[in-house]
Design a protein around this ligand. Structure first.
Ligand code: ATP
Length: 235
């Protein structure tokens, strides 16, 4: 579904991503793990076209070289950015409705049905549908950011550090939801510093170190790997 081929990203003279290649197949949950600054977010932003890159990115065989970010969303690739970036002054429901803006042709009925689907996944958002998003807790804001992305009916959902800044119980709740989405057939590319949680729900994983992929395998293989345990799972 998604093919990333020898992608490089520079910030001025800083070579942040150094020739990364990987694939995500339909129905998979794939995770990119790595330490702070390894280039995980940069990789996602390069895929969605938010950052200039060299190398190839194709989605369902279509090259994304000249496709602007808003078109990338229309093609079915939605990103939940690091730090959520929800509309703080709008209500929960308004934020969710904004997520559907790329679906020009969608009728009110189909939007209402999608809202109900998102509310079924995140009952907490339903209770708080009229609340101003900026007053939600961190975990609720993460749920809202994920719900908003789902409103675009993505074919591939890219999540950038969904567990960031959340208390352990909420981290578990967020990972449960990601697992649920996966069980329902969603295709997910998950960037995480929480390697143990990410690998435990992922079909496959890639390990990034200073802009390069240094290991890959199934989630289980990486969890069991002595080198990965030592470097990323606290021994
Ligand atoms: P984290 O988990 O801390 O978000 P990451 O793996 O997502 O880390 P990136 O944010 O992709 O890492 O950063 C990769 C490298 O690029 C880092 O060395 C970072 O300092 C650098 N970098 C990121 N954004 C910029 C920028 N706007 N200008 C210059 N350098 C940047």
């Amino acid at each position: 579904m998604l093919k990333v081929d020898d992608v490089h990203v520079f910030y001025g003279s800083i070579h942040a991503v150094k020739g990364i290649s990987f694939e995500v197949f339909q129905g998979e949950t794939v995770t990119l793990i790595g330490a702070n600054g390894a280039g995980k977010s940069t990789t996602l932003n390069a895929i969605s076209g938010l950052l200039p890159r060299t190398g190839g990115v194709s989605f369902f065989g279509r090259k994304l070289a000249k496709v602007p970010p808003y078109k990338v969303v229309e093609l079915g690739l939605a990103q939940v950015p690091e730090g959520r970036r929800i509309f703080l002054h709008m209500s929960v429901q308004e934020n969710l409705e904004m997520g559907a803006y790329t679906r020009h042709a969608a009728g009110a009925q189909s939007l209402a049905a999608d809202l109900e689907t998102v509310f079924a996944l995140f009952p907490r958002l339903k209770e708080r549908r009229r609340q101003i998003a900026g007053t939600l807790s961190g975990g609720e804001q993460q749920m809202l950011a994920m719900g908003r992305a789902l409103m675009s009916r993505p074919k591939l959902l890219m999540l950038d550090e969904p567990s960031m800044g959340l208390a352990p119980l909420l981290v578990e709740a967020i990972f449960d939801i990601i697992g649920n989405l996966h069980a329902n057939g969603a295709t997910i590319l998950l960037v995480e510093q929480n390697a143990r949680m990410a690998l435990s729900i992922a079909d496959r994983g890639y390990v990034l170190e200073t802009g390069r992929i240094v290991a890959t395998g199934t989630g289980r293989e990486l969890l069991d790997s002595p080198a990965i345990k030592k470097a990323y799972l606290g021994g």
